[in-house]
Ligand binder design. Structure first.
Ligand SMILES: *[C@@H]1O[C@H](CO)[C@@H](O)[C@H](O)[C@H]1NC(C)=O
Length: 292
């Protein structure tokens, strides 16, 4: 009797957690985001399906998700600032708040007309970042919209461009490498002045004669677990987006091609920075076969 009531209440607890787990499916700029800065420089259109962010001589602009998420896939179509975009930073990222924060970054560093944008990625776990990987793109990102994605589950983070994986970080917490698994994050989309560092390490500044700078966004899509409070976060613990798929042979080949041709900087190859040994997560043997 005592034991069955124990287990009934335990399973009740489990089903309460399951019921609390809330998925964010689909996406709408009005419904899913608040204005973060820039006032009217955030311009949402098409019933929430598209948006432009503007930066002028006074301010950049940005939005932040209303919800906090613990795991999920987030897709955004982006068309970057055309022409002379040197000094501009267009960012699409997840970040937690408070101490020892976690963060997953996609940032586009602008450039002079005709010079290539740099796609810069970074991952912070327990407040420690420094995991930069940077790429040139195999298309002109100002000519048309392309889809940029962050796919984060308890086992790994995958960053994708037009559904091609360009970066994977596996969860190796079991051997002491921090990985974001416990802090809910908000999703941010911003356009701002980063000319102290962004273009040629800060040598090329924003040219305000090209202002206003405008970037386009559309078809935001999410399949994510909402974790606005502790119960929500508990319900998200095992979330994997409803599917636990590895990478197909085709996707692995596509990723290998990107890694061999388009990487500009990889902290895991920076032997000058890590003269005394690379971080453990840089041991990537069979990386692509371990992705879930
Ligand atoms: C800008 O163009 C220069 C010259 O091609 C290149 O070295 C640099 O990586 C590009 N991107 C940034 C953000 O500086």
């Amino acid at each position: 009797m005592a034991s069955s009531s124990c287990c009934a209440s335990a399973s009740l607890l489990v089903s309460v957690f399951l019921a609390i787990t809330t998925l964010a499916l689909g996406g709408n700029f009005y419904e899913d985001f608040d204005n973060l800065f820039g006032d009217v420089r955030v311009d949402i259109k098409d019933e929430g399906q598209s948006m432009t962010l503007t930066m002028d001589e006074y301010s950049g602009s940005g939005i932040v998700s209303k919800n906090e998420y613990l795991f999920g896939r987030f897709d955004m179509q982006i068309k970057l600032v055309p022409g002379n975009s040197a000094g501009t930073v267009t960012a699409f990222y997840l970040s937690s708040q408070g101490d020892n924060h976690d963060e997953i970054d996609i940032e586009f560093l602008g450039n002079l007309t005709g010079d290539p944008y740099l796609l810069s990625t970074n991952i912070y776990a327990d407040g420690v970042g420094g995991r930069e990987m940077q790429y040139y793109l195999w298309f002109d990102p100002t000519e048309d919209f392309h889809t940029y994605s962050i796919d984060w589950n308890p086992n790994r983070i995958v960053i994708l461009v037009d559904d091609i994986p360009i970066r994977v970080m596996l969860n190796r917490e079991s051997i002491g490498v921090p990985f974001p698994t416990s802090r809910p994050m908000r999703l941010y989309t911003t356009l701002w002045n980063g000319d102290s560092w962004a273009t040629r390490w800060g040598a090329v500044k924003l040219d305000l004669s090209n202002s206003p700078f405008v970037a386009g966004f559309r078809h935001f899509n999410s399949n994510a677990c909402i974790a606005n409070d502790q119960d929500g976060a508990a319900g998200c613990k095992g979330f994997n987006g409803g599917k636990s798929t590895g990478l197909s042979e085709e996707k692995k080949n596509e990723m290998q091609r990107v890694l061999s041709k388009w990487v500009v900087y990889d902290y895991c190859q920076d032997l000058r920075r890590y003269a005394h040994g690379l971080p453990y997560e840089c041991r990537r043997e069979n990386l692509l076969d371990q992705i879930e």
